[in-house]
Design a protein around this ligand. Sequence first.
Ligand SMILES: C[S@@+](CC[C@H](N)C(=O)[O-])C[C@H]1O[C@@H](n2cnc3c(N)ncnc32)[C@H](O)[C@@H]1O
Length: 195
Amino acid sequence: MNERTFRAENAQVLEDPERLVWLPPDEVITALALRTGMNVVDVGAGTGYFSIPIADAVGAGGRVTAVDMQREMLDLLAGKIKKRGGPGNIGLVQGEATATGVSAGAADIVLMANVWHELDDYPAVLAEMNRVLVPEGVLAVLDWRTDQEPPPGPPSGHRVSARAVGRDLSDNGWSVSDTRDIGRYSYLVIAGIPQ
Ligand SMILES: C[S@@+](CC[C@H](N)C(=O)[O-])C[C@H]1O[C@@H](n2cnc3c(N)ncnc32)[C@H](O)[C@@H]1O
């Protein structure tokens, strides 16, 4: 935890129905070209804003592993999953972005949504994502644009630009394949693992 970590007591912000208007999960699902049968790891999953629609997109033959370091967030997600009728194809793991506890080569895609700006050690996080992904896997970093002022979102001083994310990825050997705006306030950077 650091001063930028999203606090579990504010979790209702992540459940605001307006969020579906300005950050539509479908836009991310399309950008990631998600297909049935894929395995996705959602790091910093929070209350599962993306985990649940992604689980629907990958279907029963696919799987979503939702990783978060805060037990309270995973408990809220567990409650939502229970309301849907059971675990289905979503697994929950309490873990750190630098040590997720997910098996090596388990993911076709790792999504890190609204968490990059909360991290401290990008090389260690990227080494862990490299371990978790299959050789042709991709990492998708979604975060807040820096050319807009909050609200909504974290303070301007906490934000990291898409350009800086791309640089962090490239500096660590990742191949950035796409950078685009998502919804009203966010960007998405997609990169392939170091070869
Ligand atoms: C702002 S919330 C975003 C949740 C979700 N991805 C979304 O967009 O609705 C950030 C989440 O990342 C988690 N988080 C922050 N730093 C983390 C780290 N180093 N390892 C694992 N989870 C982390 C926090 O606990 C929090 O649940």
